[in-house]
Design a protein around this ligand. Sequence first.
Ligand code: AMP
Length: 467
Amino acid sequence: MAEKFKDACGVFGIYGHPEAAKITYLGLHALQHRGQESSGIVTSDQERLYVEIGMGLVADVFSGEVLRRLPGDMAIGHNRYSTTGASHIKNAQPFVAEYMRGGLAIAHNGNLVNATSLRAELEENGSIFRSTNDTEVIAHLIAVSHRKPFLDRVVEALTRVRGAYSLLLMTEKELIAARDPYGFRPLCLGALGEAHVVASETCALDLIEASHVRDVEPGEILIINGEGVTSMKPFKPVFPHQCIFEFVYFARPDSTIFGENVYLVRQALGRQLAREAPVDADIVVPVPDSGVPAAMGFSKQSGIPFELGLIRNHYVGRTFIEPQQSIRHFGVKIKLNTVRRLVEGKRVIVIDDSIVRGTTSRKIVSMIRGAGAREVHMRISSPPTTHPCYYGIDTPTRRELIAASRSCEEIRRYLEVDSLQYLSLDGLISAVEEATHGRYCSACFTGRYPVTFPEMEVPQELELPFR
Ligand code: AMP
């Protein structure tokens, strides 16, 4: 397959609201951080499905006129994460298909680890695929099922797929929400008057003034139709392994996921980091926005003042034209600038949530030194990211992950910082588990993948401790 299956996204659905499309548009807007590549909404007026999908941000894709083409009182929507691979409208979601029983729309957040082998099997039996999206595999499995009731077809299809999915499915008449048995990605249920809402994160419920009823549980399927919300748990139960990286970086700090507010968890990580890796310095400076809550926690715990020594420009688009005479660290400078008066002559502790390739961090450090900092100490509120995620977060290959092949001291030298320390794995897990009483997947920090890969789909760059 030319493109890699890769999806880290935001999903939103509503049943029983006269302005379903508009509410979904707002929900997607709140979930924009989960995906910026494409955005789509499918509605139903109980007779047929209406589809509007485009490349770009929610506000670029949907205008008043586009939303008027989406009638009906139920809808699902999807934001797709920008990936390094080819991005194409054919992979944009919701995925919509017509099969002999009617229309079907699917919005998927996650990543299936056995999509390639299922696809090969389906193609062998005559299915023709039109995208390289793993979500399409689910649509085909539903279509070829011999079961009669739609729900049974969905359950049969989901019994065959392995990996991560927080999923919304919609027919002309009903909405189905499903979360994989491990519960990798978040999914919550809300209420807006008489209407039922499902969303990746609670920040989407807040914007539309819906209440947070509860999370969709790992392994749970919700059927939402004229009779209300029905729950079932058809899968063999397993220990949930929710994604710890959602707390570290991905989710929005104002959301409550997996039973706890993201901001508070990030603050706790910062406090733990200060206990584990103290350093004598003058100011604590976050890399905005992702490092802010952890830096607050670090500052409170250490007593070292918190300062916004780096300011982010929030209006930067994807690409920028650089003048002929190139500007040093242009890519970072266009997004971030130092407050020179704050850092000049100071011993600065820079806090970020994670280091991926290290390229951004290196430029930030150089910028802070350029502004006159006397010392720069870096503290990271998660352990070294050593392994790619195959459950729905877009991470580069092991070769590109700086911590996969280099020691902390080697990374320190590369970043040109006076000291570098990461949060310990124990520190991360105990802080998160204490706050939420949940169980977590931390494969990106350990390489211990809770859902193993079928023989033919083991990613090439992985050694195989999990077989
Ligand atoms: P770098 O120094 O180039 O490794 O960049 C580190 C920055 O990337 C940190 O500020 C992180 O918040 C951010 N980051 C971490 N994980 C991801 C991800 N999956 N996608 C995009 N950015 C990320």
